[in-house]
Design a protein around this ligand. Sequence first.
Ligand SMILES: *Cc1c(COP(=O)(O)O)cnc(C)c1O
Length: 388
Amino acid sequence: MPHFELADRVKNLPPYLFATIDMMKQEALSKGVDLIDLSIGDPDIPTPEHIVEAMKKAVEKPSYHRYPSYEGMLSFRDAVCGWYKERFNVVLEPRREVISLIGSKEGIGHIPLAFVNPGDVVLVSSPGYPVYPVGTLFAGGEGYVMPLLEKNNFLPDFSAIPVEVLKKSKLMFINYPNNPTSAVAGSGFYEEVIRVALQYNIIVCHDAAYSEIYYDNKKPMSFLEVKGAKDVGIEFHSLSKTYNMTGWRIGFAAGNSDIIAGLGKVKTNLDSGVFQAIQEAGIVALNTDDSLLAGIRKTYQERRDSLYEGLQTVGIHAIKPGATFYLWAKVPAGFDSSGFVAHLLEKAGVLCTPGNGFGKPGEGYVRFALTVPVMRMKEAVERISKVL
Ligand SMILES: *Cc1c(COP(=O)(O)O)cnc(C)c1O
C-alpha cells in the first residue's frame, strides 16, 4: 500500500485547540443537553430579503453563468468605491485600488503568497484570526506574535518589537474592530502603524470585517482614512458580518494599487473570481439603507448590554465591546481558558470559546459570541451564576 505523507506546511500547522471543545460539545448534544452555544462567530440573523431577491433575479441571467473576471465586475468595484466614499469619505479608484474576494478569508490567506519569501517575517497580532499565522506559514514566512494586552487596550506595542525583527518584516496583519477582544482603534494608533510601516518598508494588511457592527453610535474609522495609509497598505472588508452573508462568500480588498495588483496576480493563477450573480447581490447589499443596519446593530446592542451587565453582576471581568459581536472576558481565578470553558459546558450547558485558541496571548480569557437572542443570553448568565 502506498503511504501518502502530508507536506511539512500542513504537518507544521499549529494544533487545533478547539478540537477537545468540539468533542465535548458533540457529547453534550448527543446527551440531549439544552446547550446555549455562545461559541459561534456566525450571525444568527438571515440575509436581508432585498439582497436575497436580487440574487434570485441575477441567477437567471445566462451571461452570469460564464467565468467572471478575476478582479471583479467593474460595477461591483464601483459600488465598493461608492460605499467607501459614503461611509468613510475615502476616495478609491475602482480599476486599480479595489479587488473582489471570495470572502475576505480568501484574500487574507493568499496575500502572503504575493509578497512573503521564505524566511521573511510577518507581524501577526494575537489573539487573532487564525488565518493570519496560517497564511504566513503556507507562504514559508515566519510569524512574529504582536501580543494584544489589556493594559495596552489590546493594541500592539511596536516599541516592544526588536529592531532586528522589524528589519526582516515584510508584512503585518492588524484587525480593528478586533476579533476576539472587541477593541476598536483610532487615528493615533493608525498613524503609528503608518510610521512603522514607512520606516521599515512593511506592507500593512488591515482586516476591517467588523467595521459596521458597532455600538452606542460610535462608528469605527477605516485605516484608509488616515493620511499616508494608501502608501503602505490595504484594507480587507467582508459582506459576511455586515449583511449576514457568511455563506455567500463575497468580500473585497481596497487600498494601495501595487499591493492589490500583487494579490490579483496570485488570484489570477488560483481562482476564477466571484460568481457574478453574487456580485450583483453584493452591489445591492452595499447600497442597503443604513436604517436596516441600524436595526441589526440594535439587536446586537441589546444582547451586548444583557451579557455585559450580567457578567458584571456575577463578578466576571468582561471588556465592554465597542464593536463586533464578541465579548472578551477574563476567566475567574483558579481556571485557565480551556478549564473554564469545560466547566461552563459541563456544569451549566453554556459554550464559549477558549481565548488561547486565538493564540497564546489569549490565555486567561474566553470569548462569548452575541449570536443568540437576549432571552437565551439572560438564561446563560443565570446558569453561569450558579456554577461559579
Ligand atoms: C469572519 C471574519 C473574517 C472573514 O470573513 P469572510 O466570510 O471570509 O469574508 C475575516 N476576519 C475576521 C477577523 C473575521 O472574524
